[in-house]
Design a protein around this ligand. Structure first.
Ligand code: GH3
Ligand code: MG
Length: 390
């Protein structure tokens, strides 16, 4: 009677092409000489990337902020997930032994036969754990450690050096080169799993720490009442946009919006009513701001918008719309229907002139003052060629 092949036999019978087509297969597409073993495929956690401003008005994602082997977070903390683990050994026997020990463990395994292959796979998969032999045909395990540690842009990788008994005296050199731990060949499977387990704990802690510092970083750039970017976040964003405007010659407008006679809202209807007005104004600005632009709260009842790629003949209409929409709202405070207005000051630059953000904010502030002096509920604009009233 013909026996149904088990999972192991089926894997051994697959052709390399079939192997490449399998979901979860890694590392074979271009470098078929770099072997990868698709053991278990629970799917990567695919860390949700929160934009610096969450789902609010956001700038383009900051380059360099993306990291690999982050774990998805929920209220319960980081979720368990698969780890990329790179095994570097020129001996096929040892590669097989490691594969067998790690079978059934939550790892995506990648195998390299020398240091060069290891670096290629490292770049590709940014493994959480590297298990590397000491002696390799091109460069040594400690050299590989040094090269991995030299790249500060990647998240932390836990490195275990595998040494033979004769190389054991060199362990200190390996640790100095950046290895976290070592294993002596021939290794004991239980000890290997335990040491890799330590690595997983360290990687988990690192990720939790990184997630917390990202949250703190986000909080430091967000206004808690409105959820909008605060002054610091706007200034950083605007600095980048100014360089872009200068390089590519597109228009950039700094707009200050300030609620009129806001103090009287607080005084007449209380602080909570004041907060409602601030949040409503923030929502309106947020909704009317394109994804590529930014608006944030400077503090109190003052907001700042930076708008790009709007022609001088369109800016008045664009800012005028904020003013009209806000003035059209009515707030039900203490059984009354209360109307609130806001004033706006705008300063712009177009072309290749070198603008200074602080100078533009000062100019926008002067324009805001003009709008207030003109009786409030108004927009005043300083066009790049010279002041001109809207
Ligand atoms: P103007 O038309 O000239 O802008 O007058 P204004 O009353 O709006 O301006 P002023 O700067 O005198 O008042 C701003 C007030 O905003 C003063 C401050 O107590 C209040 N304020 C600042 N932050 C908050 C907040 O987060 N919530 C509330 N409810 N009030 C705030
Ligand atoms: Mg005000």
């Amino acid at each position: 009677m013909k026996r149904k092949p088990n999972a192991k036999t089926r894997r051994a019978q697959r052709t390399p092409k079939e192997e490449q087509r399998r979901p979860g297969h890694v590392g074979m597409s271009r470098n078929s000489w770099i072997s990868s073993a698709p053991l278990v495929d629970l799917g990567k956690s695919g860390a949700e990337k929160l934009s610096p401003f969450g789902k609010l008005v956001a700038s383009t994602p900051e380059p360099g902020n993306e990291t690999k082997h982050e774990c998805a977070e929920n209220e319960m903390g980081p979720q368990r997930h698969n780890y990329d683990l790179l095994v570097v050994d020129d001996s096929p026997v040892y590669r097989k032994l490691v594969e067998q020990v790690l079978e059934g463990e939550p790892f995506h395994l990648h195998f390299a036969r020398n240091g060069r292959e290891a670096l290629l796979l490292f770049e590709q998969h940014v493994p959480a754990i590297v298990l590397t032999d000491w002696m390799m045909p091109d460069f040594s395990g400690p050299e590989l450690c040094r090269k991995i540690r030299a790249d500060k842009t990647k998240p932390y990788t836990y490195i275990i050096l595998m040494t033979s008994n004769t190389e054991k005296g060199n362990v200190v050199k390996g640790l100095e080169a950046g290895a976290d731990d070592y294993l002596t060949k021939p290794f004991d499977p239980g000890e290997m799993l335990a040491r890799i387990g330590v690595g997983r704990r360290i990687i988990d802690l690192n990720q939790e720490l990184a997630a917390k510092s990202r949250k703190l970083e986000e909080a430091a750039r967000t206004d808690p009442l409105t959820g909008l970017p605060n002054r610091r976040a706007i200034e950083e964003w605007a600095f980048k946009q100014l360089r872009g405007a200068q390089r590519h010659g597109y228009s950039l407008w700094v707009t200050l919006g300030d609620i009129d006679s806001f103090k009287t809202i607080n005084d007449s209807f209380g602080h909570d009513a004041g907060d409602t007005v601030i949040k409503t104004f923030a929502d309106l600005l947020k909704r009317s701001t394109r994804a590529s632009d930014i608006c944030g709260r400077l503090g109190g009842d003052e907001f700042l918008l930076v708008v790009t790629h709007v022609e001088p003949n369109q800016i008045e209409t664009a800012v005028g719309r904020f003013r009209e929409e806000f003035a059209a709202l009515s707030f039900p405070f203490q059984g009354r229907s209360v109307r609130v207005t806001a004033s706006f000051g705008v300063a712009g630059c177009v072309g290749k002139e070198l603008p200074d953000f602080s100078a533009m904010v000062r100019k926008a502030d002067e324009m805001l003052y003009e709008a207030k002096r003109a009786g409030r509920n108004a927009v005043r604009i300083c066009y790049p060629a010279g002041p001109s009233e809207a």
